[in-house]
Every structure is written in C-alpha cells, then in structure tokens.
Design a protein around this ligand. Structure first.
Ligand SMILES: NC(=O)c1ccc[n+]([C@@H]2O[C@H](COP(=O)([O-])OP(=O)(O)OC[C@H]3O[C@@H](n4cnc5c(N)ncnc54)[C@H](O)[C@@H]3O)[C@@H](O)[C@H]2O)c1
Length: 256
C-alpha cells in the first residue's frame, strides 16, 4: 500500500523517539497522522508540527484506546496504518541483593503497557480496518506494525519483565497476521536493537558510546529515522506479513 495523502495512520508513543520519527516520516509522505501518547505536552507539539492530531491515550486502558480511535477517526477517517511504539523499559532483577523478589506490580505494569497495550490498539484498529474497502489488487485493507525488541530474544540481567512483554509482542505477530489474512490486513513487528531515543539518551555519554561500540556494523546507536524507514517499507511491501524483523546492526546482547 502506498503511504500517501489518501491514507490515515495511528502511531502510539509518537510524542517521542521511534514513534515520533515514524509519525514525522509518514506525515512527510502526506499521510494523515494521529498521535496517541500519555505525554500530552510533547504529543501536541509534534502533532502541530506535522499537521496531525493528538489524542491523549493510555494504551493499557481499553476504554482510553476506544475513545482515542473514535477521536482520530472523526478527524482523519478510518486508519489503514497502525504503528505501536508506546512502551516502557523498566529494569529489575528477579531477586535483588537484599533477597527481595521482583515487585509483581512492576512486572504486571510492563506486560500491561508493552504487550496488552499493543494488543488493545492493534485489535481495535484491526476491527475498523476490516470494514474498509480494499485499496490494492491483492485486496489489502490495512497494516499493523508492532514494536518488539532484541530483548525478546536476548533479555539481559534485570530485563525479565521487559523481555517477557516483548516476547509476547513477538508471539502475537504470526497468529494475528493469520487471523486477519482473510481481511487483507497485515501484521508485522520490528525488533530494534539499540536506538538513540530519549529512552537511551538519559544514559551517561560513556555508556552510550560503549553501547554503540558493541554493535558489529555500523558501530553506533541506530537513528530513529532508520526505524521509520523500515515502517515505510513494511507499509509499501505487501509480501511482508506475519514476521518479526530485527533492526540491530547484528548485535546479540550479552547477559549485561
Ligand atoms: N530505543 C531503543 O533502543 C529501543 C530498543 C528496542 C525496543 N524499543 C521499543 O521501541 C518503543 C519506543 O521506544 P523509544 O525508545 O522511542 O521510547 P521513548 O521513551 O522515547 O518513547 C516511548 C513513548 O511511549 C509513551 N508511552 C509510555 N507509556 C504509554 C502508555 N501507557 N500509553 C501511551 N503512551 C505511552 C511515552 O510517553 C513516550 O512518548 C518501545 O516499545 C521500546 O520498548 C526501543
């Protein structure tokens, strides 16, 4: 499907980082973009810069997602592109130095936002997409791109909750693509390695440099525009379906 001004998109987590870069890239192609985020101040700024709409949505809350989708659709019409970038990256060991077990509420929060939040938006978005007329000769109606992480495959020390949430995103990719295949809606996931976003920018410079050096090639942190470029390719290439693409410069994370 061509990403152009005939199409509307919803991008979650687009007040920052990978989602923001994706919203900017799609808007630059003419796509009408709705930004879903909890950060209303940044979300509104980005939306006004790209001529899109902002909806304050908590992806972990089913009702909030429904209201946000209704708001976005009232302005832009039913979206054909749904990109899920909203997420959190908490760190906590299974048992800490003092012998305390992992806070179960923090584990549940990671699952609620990263996994259930992704599914909430993707499933409700799909329910709208399947009612659309197809736009291509193949009968394509829409495309959903979710964001996993290389932590889904090589979770590091302190990443039990985060890695489990991202492994869930990997796990739902193929069955969702199969569920929606009769309706011409594709489902893909991107598993980023290390990208230079506010999630990593908070780390000291020497830690950022050392992380960048661990990437075999190119030996640096990824630029969010490189994530956005892959989203565009996924939107435009109809054979990409039901798969998780690592976008990581060949990094394989060690235990720490
Ligand atoms: N940056 C990386 O290196 C990297 C690597 C692998 C995976 N990822 C994943 O990519 C995604 C985007 O990461 P980023 O680096 O751009 O992070 P980021 O922190 O810059 O942006 C995440 C955005 O999600 C929003 N958000 C958080 N919880 C939300 C909720 N409940 N409802 C709605 N919005 C919410 C935040 O407000 C923020 O704007 C995340 O899912 C992250 O796990 C990032």
């Amino acid at each position: 499907m061509k990403a152009d001004n005939t199409i509307a998109a919803v991008v979650t987590g687009a007040a920052s980082g990978l989602g923001e870069a994706t919203a900017r890239k799609l808007a630059a192609q003419g796509v009408r973009v709705a930004i879903f985020d909890m950060n209303a101040e940044r979300g509104r700024e980005v939306a006004s810069e790209i001529g899109g709409v902002f909806c304050k949505v908590d992806v972990a809350d089913v009702e909030s997602v429904s209201v946000g989708l209704a708001q976005a659709r009232a302005v832009h019409g039913q979206e054909r592109i749904c990109v899920n970038c909203a997420g959190i990256a908490p760190g906590e060991k299974t048992v800490d130095r003092d012998g305390n077990y992992h806070d179960p509420a923090r584990f549940a929060r990671a699952i609620n936002i990263n996994l259930i939040g992704t599914f909430n938006v993707a499933s409700q978005s799909a329910a709208g997409m399947v009612k659309l007329d197809p736009v291509t000769q193949d009968g394509e109606r829409g495309v959903i791109v979710n964001t996993a992480s290389v932590a889904a495959f090589e979770g590091q020390i302190g990443q039990a909750a985060y890695a489990a949430s991202k492994a869930g995103v990997v796990g739902l990719t193929l069955p969702m693509a199969r569920d929606l295949s009769r309706d011409g809606v594709r489902v893909m996931a991107i598993a980023p390695g290390l990208f230079m976003t506010p999630m990593l920018a908070g780390l000291p410079q020497e830690v950022q440099d050392s992380l960048g050096k661990q990437v075999p090639f190119p030996s640096r942190l990824g630029d969010p525009s490189e994530y956005a470029a892959l989203v565009q390719q996924i939107v435009e290439n109809p054979m990409l379906n039901g798969e998780v693409i690592r976008l990581d410069g060949a990094i394989r994370m060690g235990p720490r």
